[in-house]
Write a protein that binds this ligand. Structure first.
Ligand SMILES: C[S@@+](CC[C@H](N)C(=O)[O-])C[C@H]1O[C@@H](n2cnc3c(N)ncnc32)[C@H](O)[C@@H]1O
Length: 514
C-alpha cells in the first residue's frame, strides 16, 4: 500500500515536471494535482478516478496536459529505428501503429521516457475483444454474441498483421503474444482521447484518470471541445432531436491555442465528489466493447429485438433506429415503422406522412402495435436460456465468489450452484489445464470471473428493458382502451395477462441500483 502511494506520488511529480497541472495560477513542483482534483478510489464507479479537491464550478478548467506530455504515434516515432520500421509497414492502420508504439515503449522497460506513466496502466481489461468463448456465449443475445465474436476476431487479425513488424523490432517474446496485443489494444481502446492530427488518438497521462458518466445528466448546452474517440455523436432518431443544434457532448479536448489537452468541470461538484468525463454517447454493448464496463443506468442504452423481415421492408427507417430505449419505450422510428407495418399495404401510402411524423394512426392500429410489441418482447425473453430470476441468483453467486479468499470454500460453494457455474468451472479448468481450486485466487482468474459477471450483467439489463417495454405497452393498451373507442375485450384481457407475467419477473435490487 505504502509502495503504491510512493509510486503514485512520483508519477504525479513526474507529471508536474512535464507541465501537467490542475491549476492555472500556481505550479506545485511536487505534484500536478491538489488544487482542483486529486486521485481517489470509487469502488462502484470506475475504481481509481479523480475527485474534486475543492468545490468546483461548472465550466471551470480542472486539468491541462501539454502536447509534449501526450503519448502519440508521432511522439514515439521520434525514435528513428521505430520510425523507419513503421514506414516499411504502410498497410497498418493508425490504431495498429499506436498499439505497436505502446508495446515498443513497454519493451524498453525502465529506459522508456514514459515509464513512470506506463507502470500505472491497468494490468488487464474487460473489453469484448478479451472475452473467451465462455464469456461470449454468456451474453446469450444473438447480436451481442456476434459483436463479441467480431471484436475477438478483429483483434486476432490485427495482431497477426502487426506481428512481423514487432519481430523486426525485436520485442521480447512475451510482448509478441496475442495476450500482450490484447492488453495494448485494450489500453488504446479504453484510454485514448481524440486529437485532430491522428485518428488513433493519444494517451494522456493523468487526463486518462477521469472515469465516465454518460452525457445527458448535465444541463443542456454545455459546449466544449470534442473528445469522441470511439464514439459517434448522438444519432438518436427520436422526435425533437432532429432539429437539435449539434451541441457538443463532451467536456475535454485538445486546444490548439494553448497546445494542450484541457478538461473542464461539466457541472458543479462538491469537494470529494468524483469528477467525471463524458467520453461520448454509448449503449451498454458499446461501453463493454470499447471500455470494458457498463452502466446500470445508461440513458443512451438501446435494446434490439428480432423483427420480422417485412417490418424492415415496409419502412425506410434504418435498422439501427428500430430499438427500445432503456426506459422500455420503443424508439420513435420503431413506433413509426410498426404503425405503418400494421396498416394494410394498400393504405400505407395515404398514412405515410402521418406515420413518419410520429403520429398515432388510429386507436386500433396503436393497440395492435402495442400488443404485438409486448408479445414480441415476451417471445424474445422466452427464447433466452435463462430467466431474470436465474440471472439474478447467478449474479449474487458470482459476487460471493469475488469476495472469497479461501479457494476450497470457493469451489465448494461454486459446485453447489450447478448449471452455468459448473460450466464456467469446466471451461476455466480447460483453459488453465489445472484445477480451478488451485488457481482461483490468481489475478488472471479473478479477471475471468469479472468478464463473466459483465456478460451476465449485460444480459440481465437487456431482459429488464424488455420487461419494462412490456410494462410500457400494457399501460398504453389500458389507457387507450380506457378511451373507450374501438378497444376490443380480448385486447384488455391480453394486456392484463401480460401485466401478470411482467409482475412475476423480478429485477434484483443490485441491478436496478435502488
Ligand atoms: C480512461 S480510464 C479511467 C480511469 C481508470 N479507472 C483507471 O484506473 O485508470 C477508463 C476505464 O475506467 C473504467 N471506468 C470508467 N468509468 C467507469 C464507470 N462509470 N463505471 C465503471 N468503470 C468505469 C473502465 O475500466 C474504463 O475502461
Amino acid at each position: 500500500m505504502e509502495q503504491e502511494q510512493g509510486e503514485l506520488d512520483s508519477f504525479l511529480k513526474w507529471a508536474a515536471e512535464l507541465g501537467i497541472s490542475d491549476s492555472l495560477q500556481s505550479q506545485n513542483p511536487s505534484s500536478c494535482l491538489g488544487h482542483s482534483v486529486i486521485v481517489s478510489h470509487f469502488p462502484h464507479a470506475g475504481g481509481r478516478g479523480l475527485a474534486a479537491a475543492r468545490d468546483l464550478r461548472r465550466g471551470e478548467l480542472v486539468l491541462r496536459v501539454p502536447k509534449s506530455a501526450l503519448l502519440t504515434s508521432e511522439s514515439v516515432m521520434k525514435d528513428e529505428s521505430l520510425s523507419l520500421a513503421l514506414k516499411s509497414h504502410p498497410s497498418l492502420t493508425p490504431t495498429q501503429m499506436l498499439t505497436v508504439c505502446l508495446l515498443y515503449e513497454i519493451n524498453k522497460g525502465k529506459s522508456s521516457w514514459w515509464h513512470p506513466y506506463l507502470i500505472h496502466l491497468p494490468r488487464s481489461y474487460e473489453i469484448l475483444a478479451a472475452f473467451g468463448e465462455f464469456e461470449v456465449q454468456a451474453l446469450q443475445v444473438d447480436y451481442a454474441v456476434w459483436a463479441a465474436k467480431k471484436a475477438v476476431t478483429k483483434a486476432k487479425s490485427q495482431w497477426k498483421e502487426a506481428r512481423k513488424l514487432m519481430e523486426e523490432l525485436k520485442f521480447k517474446p512475451k510482448l509478441l503474444t496475442l495476450r500482450a496485443w490484447l492488453w495494448a489494444s485494450g489500453t488504446i481502446s479504453s484510454r485514448t482521447l481524440h486529437i485532430p492530427w491522428d485518428e488513433a488518438g493519444c494517451l494522456c497521462p493523468v487526463g486518462d484518470l477521469f472515469n465516465y458518466a454518460a452525457p445527458g445528466d448535465e444541463p443542456n448546452g454545455f459546449e466544449n471541445v470534442d473528445l469522441l474517440q470511439n464514439g459517434d455523436a448522438a444519432d438518436d432518431m427520436d422526435a425533437g432531436q432532429f432539429d437539435a443544434p449539434s451541441w457538443r457532448l463532451t467536456d475535454g479536448g485538445f486546444e490548439e491555442d494553448v497546445t494542450a489537452y484541457c478538461f473542464y468541470a461539466r457541472k458543479n461538484y462538491k469537494m470529494g465528489e468524483q469528477v467525471l468525463l463524458s467520453y461520448g454517447t454509448y449503449t451498454n454493448l458499446e461501453l463493454l466493447e470499447h471500455y470494458g464496463f457498463l452502466l446500470y443506468e445508461n440513458p443512451n442504452d438501446k435494446v434490439f429485438v428480432p423483427l420480422e423481415d417485412d417490418i424492415y421492408s415496409s419502412t425506410s427507417w434504418p435498422k439501427d433506429s428500430l430499438y427500445i430505449h432503456e426506459t422500455g419505450k420503443p424508439s420513435f422510428a420503431l413506433l413509426s415503422a410498426l404503425r405503418l407495418w400494421a396498416t394494410p399495404a394498400n393504405q400505407r401510402r395515404s398514412v405515410g406522412q402521418l406515420a413518419y411524423s410520429g403520429s398515432q394512426l388510429s386507436l386500433d392500429n396503436e393497440i395492435s402495435i402495442m400488443k404485438w410489441t409486448s408479445n414480441n418482447c415476451l417471445d424474445a425473453l422466452k427464447s433466452l436460456p435463462t430467466s431474470i430470476e436465474e440471472d439474478s441468483l447467478l449474479l449474487s453467486a458470482i459476487e460471493k465468489f469475488q469476495d472469497y479468499d479461501d479457494p476450497v470454500e470457493w469451489s465448494k460453494t461454486a459446485l453447489s450452484y450447478g448449471g452455468e457455474v459448473c460450466a464456467f468451472l469446466e471451461a476455466f479448468d480447460q483453459q488453465n489445464g489445472k484445477s480451478s481450486v488451485d488457481l482461483v485466487l490468481s489475478n488472471r482468474n479473478r479477471m475471468l470471473i469479472d468478464r463473466w459477471k459483465l456478460a451476465v450483467q449485460w444480459r440481465l439489463r437487456y431482459k429488464k428493458v424488455l420487461v419494462d417495454c412490456i410494462s410500457y405497452c400494457c399501460k398504453r393498451i389500458n389507457s387507450l382502451s380506457d378511451q373507450g373507442v374501438s378497444a376490443q375485450d380480448g385486447e384488455h384481457l391480453g394486456s392484463s395477462e401480460l401485466v401478470t407475467k411482467v409482475n412475476s419477473m423480478s429485477i434484483p435490487q443490485s441491478l436496478t441500483g435502488s
